[in-house]
Design a protein around this ligand. Structure first.
Ligand code: TNX
Length: 721
């Protein structure tokens, strides 16, 4: 058996795609293999130039060796030093039989050298339990990033992540040479940073649901849900990130996305009373009034505190998806427009963003905005623009003269789902790691490239919260290996060939990520069915498991399965905490679409009638929010035989616009109903019904959902396989 394994490994090595030397991600500019081997012993020392103590300490978190301050490189040491002839982030890693030399233009360059060294060691180095002595092959790496800005945006508003969780995220970004963490600290669903001069912003706005004035949007409706970072927390995060060459850029998303702020401080809103009927008495306005001087005074306090807390030269002030209709109904905003000669909502937003930018600049910082806020070109050119809509929006910002971070959603929004059947948003695109790796700057002119500061990806977390109870970690499943692809593009300025990159990933990097504690997404196995034999294969050293519809448990796959019902099997791979989506033969995920009529105690919306959902293609909406006692009824023309039936209120993959609480009933005759289950995230399901189903009904037991309506979806009918 052992011999067989060795032979197989040799075969794999022999037939595999040639990869960039060193199998490093992101691939270094120049990598030369050298003769000789350095042996790290338990007695090996990490010696460092005086100013690089922190770098030595960082390395010793993975290689627990003695640290010494030293000025001359000594045989047998791992030497950390500055080389002034290199750019700040540039580095040289030189491994010979005499020593390991890590040189950087600054501590940032040294950090990059350390990350490359870690990737040159066995994967167990990441869990700090690499057995010593360990051998490192001789090599010389000369490397530098193409972009100074290599970022990731984390949304801690929709789903709260505490200091420990954010630290873990930062630690893993650092292993991929990502050097900016853009942290989204305020949104409609939460305010996540303490403001000492206005404690209510975080103390009240950091929580939602139950007794909070903030609506319980997205998951955990029956819980006082949330949290926020104190000033001490922020200082801890900033220091932790800095040690890993990561700068934290805070974002307060203004003047839109301010529903939370408006619930805590209703005085920020425009001067008119909204119609409250559809939302069951709930004010859903979410935009700061532009005309109120008191708003600028409040924001001055906020920006002052943020500027003291975060050493970054940037503060992101948002500017996306502003509902300007609210300003058009406000007499004070209209008067301001007349006074200032402004003719559109966009111009009014530019006025607001410029006022806010002046405040940010007063505190010695530069403002960052989402691309909409710079669309008219009126915003100060001091601002840095984050192009999220598409590549065009990025190009147009660069042409107007804005420094621009490129992050088109269709390539870099890692909250998007990865295939049709997986979880997550789909509005920008459905894509896996191949997509960000394919990103290039071919369409950008040389002039435009001068204003491109770098690349960033994002994880918005609306879909995360309702998946916290899954048996895998949704955020890591969504973000890795897509972040590996991001790191390649951001470091090198271009992607790589997929085959070559995938070889580096699957041969080396997967096991590194397992040791880093990342529960990443594996690619699904290939499934084939021939002559009554069902087989599954994979090429990434993971294990294959399968389950059978209607049976409990998961089995290790070891050999082809003889069956005449291949559609009953689903296969997935696992490696550590990583797992793939399920794969199977065509027909495994077939759904029925029996003729159905949808009725409700609530009238349908005119724009999104119930017939949309009856057609199984599109979603429908009610004309108002659900109240206690409301119901939605799904009646089938003919009783339906199936293995499972499920109905959901709310938006497709997103539990919002739902019945917050309630239950589901089934009827086999269309007259008598029996209760099946409580609603969970707005939905319910019945498995293995005893008879064909004539109707399902969901009943609401709690009024309101923080919005104006309830989304109605087609029933999901799973056939007997
Ligand atoms: C758009 S990107 C948003 C966010 C959402 C995200 C979901 C941006 C500036 N705004 O509010 O969470 O889409 O993908």
């Amino acid at each position: 058996m052992r011999l067989f394994t060795i032979l197989m490994a040799a075969l794999v090595a022999f037939t595999s795609v040639p990869t960039m030397a060193g199998n490093i991600i992101p691939a270094p500019r120049k990598y030369e293999k050298r003769s000789g081997v350095f042996t790290i012993q338990t007695t090996t020392k990490i010696t460092h130039y005086p100013a690089l103590r922190s770098s030595a300490e960082y390395l010793s978190e993975f290689l627990p060796l003695e640290i010494r301050e030293y000025n001359e490189p000594q045989t047998g040491d791992i030497v950390i030093r500055e080389n002034k002839s290199l750019d700040a982030e540039e580095y040289i890693l030189d491994v010979s039989d005499k020593m390991i030399l890590l040189e950087g233009g600054s501590a940032a360059g040294v950090h990059n050298a350390i990350e490359t060294l870690l990737q040159s060691l066995p994967a167990s180095v990441y869990s700090a339990d690499m057995p010593l002595p360990a051998m490192v092959g001789g090599c010389r790496v000369e490397d530098a990033p193409r972009f100074a800005y290599r970022g990731f945006m984390l949304d801690v508003c929709r789903t709260w992540m505490d200091v420990g969780q954010v630290k873990k995220f930062i630690a893993n970004l650092a292993h991929h040479k990502i050097n900016k963490l853009h942290i989204h600290l305020s949104d409609d669903e939460g305010w996540r940073v303490e403001i000492k001069s206005h404690p209510e912003l975080a103390e009240v706005g950091g929580f939602r649901g139950v007794d909070s004035p903030v609506a319980a949007r997205y998951g955990r409706w029956d819980e006082h849900y949330g949290g926020y970072f104190t000033h001490d927390d922020i200082r801890e995060l900033v220091a932790y990130a800095a040690k890993r060459n990561i700068e934290i850029i805070p974002e307060i998303d203004l003047p839109g996305h301010s529903h939370n702020l408006a619930r805590v401080r209703p005085d920020i809103l425009c001067n008119y009373t909204p119609g409250l009927k559809a939302s069951d008495g709930y004010d859903t306005r979410s935009v700061m009034c532009v005309s109120k001087e008191s708003n600028y005074a409040l924001l001055d306090d906020v920006m002052r505190e943020l500027s003291e807390l975060f050493p970054s030269q940037y503060i992101h002030i948002g500017g996306d998806e502003v509902n300007t209709a609210q300003w058009m109904r406000c007499p004070d905003c209209k008067a301001l427009m007349a006074r200032e000669g402004l003719t559109s909502g966009e111009e009014l937003q530019a006025y607001f963003m410029n006022r806010l930018s002046t405040i940010v600049e007063k505190y010695g910082k530069r403002p960052c905005v989402w691309n909409e806020a710079a669309a008219t070109g009126e915003l100060t050119k001091q601002a840095m623009v984050y192009g999220w809509k598409d590549a065009k929006a990025c190009q147009s910002a660069t042409t107007m003269g804005y420094k621009t971070v490129v992050m088109p959603g269709a390539y870099f929004y890692f909250d998007m789902r990865q295939t049709q059947r997986e979880e997550g948003h789909d509005w920008a695109a459905i894509f896996d790691a191949k997509k960000p790796l394919s990103f290039g700057f071919k369409d950008f002119t040389a002039e435009q490239m001068k204003n491109v500061v770098g690349v960033q990806a994002a994880f918005f977390s609306e879909a995360y919260i309702s998946r916290l109870h899954y048996d895998y970690d949704f955020i890591y499943y969504q973000t890795y290996p897509r972040i590996c692809a991001l790191s390649e593009v951001a470091w090198r300025g271009e992607g790589a060939e997929w085959e070559e990159f995938y070889a580096r990933l699957s041969n080396n990097h997967y096991s590194r990520m397992v040791a880093m504690g990342i529960d990443f997404r594996l690619f699904p196995p290939k499934v084939a069915y021939n002559d009554g034999l069902l087989s599954a294969t994979t090429d990434d050293h993971s294990h294959i498991y399968y389950n059978i519809v209607g049976e409990q448990g998961e089995h290790l796959y070891t050999a082809p399965i003889k069956t005449d019902k291949p559609q009953r099997y689903a296969f997935r791979t696992r490696m550590g905490g990583a797992l793939s989506p399920e794969a199977g033969v065509k027909g495994r995920w077939r759904m029925l679409q029996p003729k159905v009529t949808i009725t409700s105690s609530i009238d349908e919306s005119e724009r999104f009638p119930y017939s949309n959902a009856e057609g199984y293609g599109r979603i429908a909406r009610t004309s108002r929010v659900g109240r206690e006692g409301d119901w939605i009824l799904y009646t089938f023309e003919e009783p339906v035989k199936c293995r499972r039936m499920e109905v959901r209120t709310g938006n497709l993959q997103l539990p919002r616009f739902i019945f917050n609480a309630g239950y589901m009933e089934v009827s086999y005759d269309g007259k008598n109903f029996t209760r099946v289950c409580e609603l969970n995230c707005g939905g319910g399901a019945i498995d293995n019904p005893s008879k064909p189903i004539k109707a399902l009904r969901v009943v609401c037991t709690e009024s309101g959902n923080g919005a104006d309506f309830v989304t109605v979806q087609a029933p999901m009918v799973f056939p007997i396989l």
